[in-house]
Write a protein of this length. Sequence first.
Lengths: 88, 574
Amino acid sequence: MDEISKVVRDYVVREYLEEGDDREVNETTPLISGGIVDSFSMVSLKRFLEKKYNIQIPDADATPDAFDSVQRIVALVHRFQKPVTVAV
Amino acid sequence: MSNPTLYEEVTAKSYEELTANFDWSIAERELGYKPGDPINIGWMCSDRICRLGMADKVALYWENFQGNHQRFTFDDVRVLSNTVAQFICDLGIQPGERVCLFMDRVPELYIGFLGVLKTGAVAQPLFSAFGDESLLVRLQNANTSAIITQKKHVPKVRKIREQLPNLRHIIIVDANETPLQQREVKFHMEAAPRVEDFAVYPTTAESPSVLHYTSGTTGQPKGALHVHDSIVSQYLTTKWALDLQPDDIYWCNADPGWVTGTSYGIIGPWSNGATQVVLDSGFNAERWYEFIERRRVTVWYSAPTAIRLLMKEGTEIVKRHDLSSLRHLASVGEPLNAEAVIWSQEAFGKPFHDTFWQTETGSIVITNFPGMPIKPGSMGKPFPGITATVLNTKTYEPITQLGLAGLIALRPGWPSQVRGYWNNEAGFKAKFKNGWYLCGDRASIDADGYYWFMGRDDDVINTGGHLVGPFEIESALLEHPAVFESAAVAKPDRVNMEVVKAFVTLKRGYEPTADLELEIMNHIRKRLSPLAMPQQIEFVDSLPKTRSGKIVRRILRCKEFNEPVGDLSTIMDD
């Protein structure tokens, strides 16, 4: 699990699972279709990602499908992260 | 209970034919109910259907996102609701006491609802995503005696139970080995001894049945109290407006924590002896289409927010599935925009029929009737037996000029009309003017008698088909240590029609940062619900106020909608 995966997973567990809810969340656990994060709460998750990784995710790309697992969220973050330029 | 009559075959009749000489006794006769006799929704939706020869017919196909599934016949529903009822009675719950159902869309919710009603107790369904504050307010107001819930929701109940001395029983349907704490009791519906015969409490037409909470502009949410007579409206509107026929497979997306999920997710289909399917899962277009295809759904009752989410996914995904079983599509919760109706025609080969009603009406009151020409974007026409109009906002007299907007009003007297707000007589009385019930929405009527929705007439926010009261949000915002003052208003949204936006002034020592915004958003989501969470927080130096210091939400709302604020002189002098 890479660093972003870990951060996203930990955030989901901390913020969206009820206290005492012992469901396991891994990289492929369905978040939206599995009822862990609903479409309204998705906005706060999007806001977290934008803040944490200094990115802007357009609303058109913030679909339930794109947020349906940690794996997909990580792909979304990578997509909108600016490429690192290396001075040569 | 009176003996049921034979199930009357549905006949296709036009709106005009059905409206002419309409009388609610049509439904009473079909339900085998004689006014004055006992009538109990729990019995009507289970025992009565079995006596009509449909004991072995499937009442419910249930599955969740993990693929677990269960099947219940009407006889299963009858016996298991008896089992729930017996358990509740054995705990000492008396008729009239409130029993809250606080569960995800699991079979225990649907069947338990009927079980509660069979005891004569009042069913109080609450949305399982509610946070502890939303739950507390509603349980306190209703003075609830028992709550039926799942272990995953127990921590929320434990957090507030000390403030609920009258909540005697916390019934957990999936406790397994979970250690129990004070007032908690395990109940496994299917493992419990099956109760073949239960003496259903002889409720009458005006006996309280269901208590649903709904939000208003001022004060905390109001408990809309319904009675067992509501089934008369719910039965007939399901049959006529949703066109539910004996062989249909019916899917209602709504959660029974809200009124659509009980009126049309339990009472309507089961009083008609229809098979319904339930998918306890969040939104996923692929999964939804696969579910419709596999279950051969014929009648689908959905919501504009869901339809717009499906629109976002496009029509290619639709083409990958055989959805030819779909025969009738309907929508509820907020106005269905014309684009969604047109898209549905393109995607499914048939339009979604918009229906209009609310918690207080208990059943559909304005609808695009099956067979009636649809004008995309219109709410349709009044259901037979419903006298509707639009009223002048100042005189409360009916507007006779076509196309002029006014307040949607209904002449009281249909069976499923709310009978009162729990412990709030003044709030209930305020809903009536000149002998009309005011829905709180504005519309106009065209030359053909079609209603066109214009918007709310108050500050209530309609988000994703659910009403959210600004007062409740503002109260919870003030609990956050950084918030000095706040105002919650609606903001237009492409998918949810409206979302919550909060304007916040901060206490000294706090800076408006992105971290703080997210922290406040999450605070509201956990305390109230995801629906109530502001999707945007704007930090401001001050809020617009009247001379007496009351916050004027209207100014903020108008700015969000790019609408003129209008004359504020009387408001500012308040």
